[in-house]
Design a protein around this ligand. Structure first.
Ligand code: HEM
Ligand code: HEM
Length: 243
């Protein structure tokens, strides 16, 4: 980056050196506000806990000797799953609220310009970039167009699916007539019967795990190759650009 004069005046050619210098200095943009960043990491932790405990709900560890009620192993696993389920669901509601009151990047997770040709062109460019077919794509202040596509379908809608199926199963435990049964009970006949909901809920976990693997790979790859900050942006909120 060139040195920045502190005493710049409009030059003889009419170019405002001060403005040019100031423009050059803009290397950082505030993108993700604190609630979005906090939510991101709380949400990532809740999902990790949900995936581990959920895995063991479906594939329980070998039976322990003694009374089940005295060691209460599956009881604790299920309790932690449900507690993390509440954190996940309430977090998603809070994140949705922030889409209305936060900056415009806060809305990117929930909206997609599906009908804009330019958007799809950019998605294609990003795909080529990830496939190592082009040297350097555009840089984006918020999420890139391909990331938005993955987050909209692979995270947002999938998360709603996990909340609906999860609370439908939870309603079975709380019994007929409970709030969870009244709000989400309809999911069970829609999918067939309880076991089908278990199966789809479990399948949803694997789909989410695929999203996470691709997401973390893309975030780290973009941080190294994209000449802009990515991972630290979700920590500090600022996106910084390199020359
Ligand atoms: C990222 C989100 C979630 C993941 C990855 C996840 C994962 C899982 C998995 C793998 C199972 C076992 C399914 C089976 O094979 O039977 C399960 C069961 C279950 N999950 Fe989730 N879950 C998530 C969200 C939720 C939420 C939000 C709730 C709501 C409280 C919830 C409640 C339940 C219930 C009630 C069961 C059945 C427990 C049992 O039958 O003992 N889950 N979950
Ligand atoms: C369970 C694991 C995770 C899930 C479900 C997840 C989900 C998400 C979602 C939904 C967003 C969009 C945020 C928004 O607009 O509000 C996001 C952004 C982001 N995540 Fe994650 N994330 C996970 C783990 C991670 C990890 C481990 C990293 C770090 C390596 C990471 C780095 C990022 C970054 C850098 C962004 C911003 C990307 C950009 O600016 O385009 N995430 N993540």
């Amino acid at each position: 980056m060139s040195a920045t004069p502190t005493h710049a005046h409009p030059s003889a050619t009419g170019v405002d050196n001060a403005a040019v210098a100031a423009g050059r200095r803009i290397r950082s943009v505030y993108v993700y506000e604190a609630p979005v960043r906090l939510w991101h990491w709380v949400n990532a932790t809740a999902i990790t806990v949900l995936a581990v405990t959920g895995y063991f709900i479906g594939q329980p560890p070998p039976t322990l000797s003694g009374e089940a009620s005295s060691h209460y192993l599956m009881g604790y696993i299920r309790f932690v799953h449900f507690a993390a389920g509440y954190v996940f669901a309430i977090g998603l509601l809070g994140r949705l609220y922030w889409a209305f009151v936060g900056n415009h990047h806060a809305r990117e997770l929930f909206t997609l310009p599906l009908l804009r040709r330019a958007y799809w062109r950019e998605v294609l460019t990003m795909l080529k970039w990830y496939a190592f077919l082009i040297p350097r794509p555009s840089q984006y202040v918020g999420h890139n167009p391909l990331a938005r596509l993955a987050m909209f379908f692979g995270f947002f809608w999938l998360s709603l699916f996990m909340v609906c199926t999860g609370f439908a199963l939870y309603g079975e435990g709380l019994q007929a007539g409970s709030w969870a049964d009244r709000l989400f009970g309809w999911v069970i006949p829609l999918m067939g019967q309880s076991q089908d909901v278990h199966t789809f809920h479990r399948l949803g976990m694997w789909a989410l795990i695929v999203f996470i693997i691709v997401h973390v790979y893309a975030a780290i790859r973009e941080d190294i190759m994209g000449r802009q900050s990515i991972v630290s942006t979700m920590i500090s909120g600022h996106r910084t650009f390199k020359e």
